[in-house]
Design a protein around this ligand. Structure first.
Ligand code: 13P
Length: 256
């Protein structure tokens, strides 16, 4: 992390976990744990928990995010939620283009780009996920894959808006597998993302963008990953579902 240039952001991605009573319990446990964190603390929760999360985190330093958003303002899009519907209830962040959306629901760079622009237009802060498959890493095309995703996902996004956007580097082979990227691998790709942003927007803008690492980040490996200069935080799956574990990550981002 380089805290002089940008804010560290630790965001939990709860995925499809926690009923409302379970969510209430976890949020109550998170409040004291997050209290002293100097990094930005975000929990991205299922749609059914958003209002509860916004309500319960009022007056705390915990911000609430959704896990997806549609790009149209309204219309015949069964099962989708618009950006205005999220901002209306006090949601501030939204994850876009998570690999699980790309893998299971046909999300493409084109729809990621549309969703990102719709989120920004509504005043949401997007957390745009990029990352290579294991096969792509083995074929030595990680940088090509990442550069393509960055260019397409941020197509037509202004320099001003990109500074409100968080990029999450999540190597697909490290998600939920217990296989973390080494801190060198994480830094290599997060640094490459910053170089790509610098080519598109200039160094000053690129230096101000928060780039997270995600993929089996946990209490044991967080400090080392967050010590890397271009790793400005984490997007956390499994470890965000236990307050004590999430607390260790917040401490690592606060003290690192
Ligand atoms: P895990 O931390 O469970 O590997 O999940 C990472 C992730 O997908 C966060 O978006």
């Amino acid at each position: 992390m380089n805290k002089e240039l940008r804010k560290a952001v630790i965001a939990g991605n709860w995925k499809m976990n926690k009923t409302r009573p379970e969510a209430k319990t976890l949020i109550e446990e998170l409040k004291p744990v997050a209290e002293k964190a100097t990094c930005e603390v975000v929990i991205c929760v299922p749609y059914t928990n958003l209002e509860t999360a916004v309500e319960l985190t009022k007056g705390t330093n915990i911000k609430v995010g959704a896990e997806n958003v549609h790009f149209e303002k309204s219309g015949a899009f069964t099962g989708e939620i618009s950006a205005d519907m999220l901002t209306e209830i006090g949601v501030e962040y939204v994850i876009i283009g998570h690999s699980e959306r790309r893998q299971y629901y046909g999300e493409t760079d084109e729809t990621v780009n549309k969703r990102t622009k719709a989120a920004l237009a509504a005043g949401l802060k997007p957390i745009v996920c990029v990352g290579e498959l294991l096969w792509e890493r083995e074929c030595n095309i990680t940088e090509e894959v990442i550069a393509r995703q960055i260019k397409l996902d941020l197509y037509d996004v202004s320099a001003e808006d990109v500074q409100k956007t968080i990029i999450a580097y999540e190597p697909v082979w490290a998600i939920g597998t217990g296989k973390t990227a080494t801190s060198e691998q994480a830094e290599e790709v997060c640094g490459f993302i910053r170089e790509t942003l610098a080519k598109l927007y200039g160094k000053e803008v690129a230096d101000s963008v928060t780039i997270q690492y995600g993929g089996s980040m946990n209490p044991k490996n967080a400090a080392e990953l967050l010590a890397q200069p271009d790793v400005d935080g984490g997007l956390i799956g499994g470890a965000s579902l236990k307050a004590a574990d999430f607390g260790v990550l917040l401490d690592a981002a606060t003290n690192g």
